[in-house]
Design a binder for this molecule. Structure first.
Ligand code: UT7
Length: 328
C-alpha cells in the first residue's frame, strides 16, 4: 500500500489586525466577553483588493518552496474554501493560474471548517491510486466579507487567512495513516450562507436587505455541544482505526472555532490542553484554513518533529467533521 505524506507546509495571514477593542467601537460587545467566551483576542482582515486565491497563492508558494517542488510539477490542486473568488470558475482555478501550475487539474471542495481535511482526503486517494504524484492541498478564506457586522454573536468569531500543504508519496513509515470524513446534511441549517445560490438567485434588493448573503449561525450554543462531541469522536475514530492511543499522539491540531470547544474536547478525551495546539487568540475562526495554518505554525515553531504522531481534527458547517492521523 502506498503511503502519502506532507512534504511542505505554508501559510499566509493578512497584515491588518482587528482586535476585540476595535470591535467594541462598532458593536455592543467587549473584550472581556469575547475573550472569556471564545478565547479570541484579535483576527486578521484581508486587503480590499485581495481575493481568496491571493491569500492561497502566498501560502502555496511557501509550501512549494519547502517541498522543493515547482508549480509545473503539480498535477492536482484541491482547494477548500467557502469564500472562493467566484462561484465559477472555482477558486482553485484562479490559484492554478496565479502560481503557474499549468500541468495541474484544479477544483474546490465545500466542506466549511472541515474543508482542509476533506481536501486532504480527496488528494490522498488520487496519489494512492497512482493517478497523480504531486498535489497541493490548500485552504483559503476571507470570512470577514461574509459577515453581518451588526450580528455580534457571529461576526466576532471570524477572520481571514490561508494554509497549504504539498503532498506526495513517501517512505519509511511516515505519512498519512488514515483520514476519516463525515457529513450530516440534516444539521446543515445551523451554520449557513443562505443567499447566493440557486435557491435565492437572482440576487434582489429584498435578498440583500434581508442579509441573505451573510453567514448565519443559528443557536451557536447548540452547535457548540455537537462540535465537542464530533471533535472527540473524530479523534477516537482515527486512533482506534490505527490501533493507537492518545498517549502515542504528540499533538492534536484542531480546527480553531472556540477555545471552550477545545477545552470541552480535552475534558471528553481526558487529556491535558498541553496536547492541543491553540492559536485562536491571534486569528479567530478562519473556517477551513485554521487547520493548515496551525499545522504550519506547529511545524515552524518545532512543536512537530520528524517521527511525531500528529492528529488533525475539525468540525464545521454542513454539518461536516473529520480527522487525519499523520506520522510526521
Ligand atoms: O467552526 C465551527 C462552527 N462554529 C460553531 O459551532 C460556533 C459554536 N458556538 C460558539 O462558539 C458559542 O456558542 C458562541 C461564541 C457563538 C456564543 O457563546 P455562548 O457562551 O454560547 O453564548 P450565548 O449564545 O449563550 O449568549 C450568552 C449571552 C447572551 O445574552 P443573554 O441572553 O444571556 O442576556 C447573548 O446575547 O451573551 C450575549 N452575547 C454577547 N454579549 C457580548 C452574544 N454575543 C455577544 C457579544 N458580546 N459578542
Amino acid at each position: 500500500m502506498k503511503r502519502v505524506g506532507i512534504i511542505g507546509t505554508g501559510s499566509y495571514i493578512p497584515e491588518k489586525v482587528l482586535s476585540n477593542f476595535d470591535l467594541e467601537k462598532i458593536l455592543d460587545t467587549n473584550d472581556e466577553w469575547i475573550t472569556t467566551r471564545t478565547g479570541i483576542s484579535e483576527r486578521r482582515v484581508a486587503k480590499n483588493d485581495e481575493a481568496s486565491s491571493d491569500l492561497a497563492q502566498v501560502a502555496a508558494e511557501r509550501a512549494l518552496a519547502i517541498a522543493g517542488i515547482t508549480p509545473e510539477e503539480l498535477e492536482l490542486i484541491v482547494m477548500a474554501t467557502i469564500t472562493p473568488d467566484t462561484h465559477c470558475p472555482a477558486g482553485a482555478n484562479w490559484l492554478e493560474a496565479k502560481i503557474g501550475a499549468a500541468n495541474a487539474v484544479s477544483f474546490d471542495i465545500t466542506a466549511a471548517c472541515t474543508g482542509f481535511i476533506f481536501a486532504l482526503s480527496v488528494a490522498e486517494q488520487y496519489i494512492k491510486a497512482g493517478i497523480y504524484h504531486n498535489a497541493l492541498v490548500v485552504a483559503s478564506e476571507i470570512m470577514t466579507r461574509t459577515l453581518d457586522w451588526t450580528d455580534r454573536e457571529t461576526c466576532i468569531l471570524w477572520g481571514d487567512g490561508a494554509g497549504a500543504a504539498v503532498i506526495t508519496e513517501v517512505e519509511n513509515d511516515r505519512g498519512i495513516l488514515s483520514t476519516h470524513i463525515h457529513t450530516d446534511g440534516a444539521g446543515g441549517d445551523t451554520l449557513l450562507m443562505p443567499g447566493g445560490g440557486s435557491k435565492t438567485t437572482p440576487i434582489s434588493h429584498e435578498s440583500v436587505d434581508k442579509k441573505l448573503h451573510t453567514l448565519n449561525m443559528i443557536e451557536g450554543n447548540r452547535s457548540f455541544k455537537v462540535a465537542v462531541r464530533r471533535f472527540s469522536e473524530a479523534c477516537e475514530e482515527a486512533l482506534s482505526y490505527n490501533n493507537l492511543t492518545l498517549d502515542d499522539v504528540k499533538v492534536i491540531i484542531p480546527h480553531q472555532a472556540n477555545l471552550r470547544i477545545l477545552q470541552g474536547m480535552a475534558k471528553q478525551l481526558d487529556i491535558s490542553m498541553d496536547k492541543i495546539y491553540v492559536n485562536i487568540e491571534k486569528y479567530g475562526n478562519i473556517s477551513s484554513a485554521t487547520v493548515p495554518i496551525a499545522l504550519d505554525e506547529a511545524v515552524k515553531d518545532g512543536t512537530i518533529q520528524p517521527g511525531d504522531l500528529v492528529l488533525l481534527t475539525a468540525f464545521g458547517g454542513g454539518l461536516t467533521w473529520g480527522s487525519s492521523l499523520i506520522r510526521w
